[in-house]
Design a protein around this ligand. Structure first.
Ligand code: NAG
Ligand code: NAG
Length: 355
């Protein structure tokens, strides 16, 4: 595009996702500065390469409360692949700045640690879904009827369950989930995504007799308008795979969680939710109906759940302050805009002096 236009000054910088590190080569050949958009949890695995070989349950030095088994390394293919990714990303020229979809006070100390390592400006401009109000970014069709069902439920009574757009469970696991939910006696809204049950051939993913037993107490959809669901007054808990979007969306609405991470950064996020922010309960063992019933009751009826909900409510308020005018994320976004504009101004006079 730049060559066709013959106007090299129109593109002033390249912003790319950290996993697309090869975009750095393009930036370099075009003599453009670049900004990385990153998830700190994935950056972690590069820092930690020297620690490989420690035991799974060991705590990672300097990264309380993370254990080695929480790190997003084991599911990233072979060890060789991980090391190669780490080396490739390390040897590429360091970008001019890093953007984070987070709120500074949520993980202030982690960000400080990283800042010492990557000595470039950091812009924490999250939660993105609140900062940039886009129309739906959902890849699947959302069933909006569930909002009407929620309207009929008592305040804070409903558990919302969604394992996100990628995770799958097997037939036995979904049956345990179903009966655990049924036995808990609590109302629930459950997203059962088509294709999310691994070994099921039939269209009916749920066990026989389940729907008859729960009747009106449970509502099942293929995909839900999640942000709207979490903001609904009837929802009092979220059973989640702890993807970063789901986590931010839950925090923004003050909804405490049951955490069932699957892979990548989800395990790290679950540790933060349960042990740092203390707004989540861990569901770590094998999926079993008795365990599920217990954890659902702990979150939805016990005093413990009440305390988690209180803390989640406090966090929600803090996040709201950050996104308002003069708040941390608000200012950070303005600073980022200024930063990008400064490239444009300086390119009028010199050829990118930072290269
Ligand atoms: C996560 O949120 C971002 C920002 O709102 C959005 O662009 C992206 O599509 C979402 N990802 C998924 C998997 O929904
Ligand atoms: C994350 O947690 C799940 C469930 O406990 C586990 O199967 C997986 O191995 C864990 N670790 C990673 C890095 O994905």
């Amino acid at each position: 595009m730049m060559e066709e236009n013959k106007s090299l000054d129109q593109v002033v910088c390249i912003i790319y996702d950290v996993l697309m590190y090869f975009a750095e080569a393009v930036a370099k050949s075009l003599k453009l500065p670049s900004i990385i958009s990153a998830m700190y949890r994935l950056v972690l695995c590069w820092i930690l390469i020297p620690f490989l070989g420690s035991k799974p349950k060991d705590l990672v030095p300097g990264l309380h409360p993370l254990r080695f088994k929480d790190l997003p390394i084991s599911n990233m293919g072979s060890l060789d692949d991980v090391v190669k990714l780490a080396m490739d990303s390390r040897t590429t020229r360091i970008s001019s700045a890093i953007i984070w979809n987070t709120i500074d006070h949520l993980e202030h100390s982690s960000l400080e640690q990283l800042h010492q390592l990557y000595n470039v400006p950091f812009f924490s401009i999250g939660p993105l879904h609140k900062m940039a109000l886009a129309t739906s970014t959902s890849l699947l069709i959302e069933d909006t009827d569930c909002i009407e069902w929620l309207d009929k439920q008592a305040p804070l009574s409903v558990l919302y369950i969604s394992l996100g757009s990628l995770a799958t469970v097997d037939k036995k696991e979904i049956a345990e989930m179903a009966w655990g939910l049924a036995n808990s006696g609590r109302p629930f809204l459950w997203v059962v995504r088509p294709g999310s049950v691994r070994d099921s051939e039939s269209a009916e993913l749920l066990p026989e007799g389940f729907k008859e037993q729960i009747r009106e107490r449970g509502h099942i959809v293929k995909w839900a308008p999640q942000k709207e669901v979490l903001a609904h007054g009837a929802v009092g808990g979220f059973w989640s795979h702890c993807g970063w979007n789901s986590t931010l969306e839950s925090i923004c609405e003050g909804v405490p969680l049951i955490c069932m991470p699957h892979f990548a950064d989800q395990n790290v996020t679950a540790r933060y939710l349960c042990h740092v922010w203390k707004i989540g309960l861990e569901l770590e063992h094998e999926l079993e109906r008795g365990e599920i019933e217990k954890v659902v009751k702990r979150l939805m009826t016990d005093k413990e759940g009440e305390e988690l909900r209180q803390r989640a409510g406090d966090m929600k308020e803090k996040v709201e302050l950050c996104t308002r005018e003069a708040g941390l994320s608000y200012n950070s976004l303005n600073d980022l805009a200024e930063f990008i504009l400064s490239f444009q101004r300086s390119s009028l006079f010199t050829l990118q002096p930072w290269l």
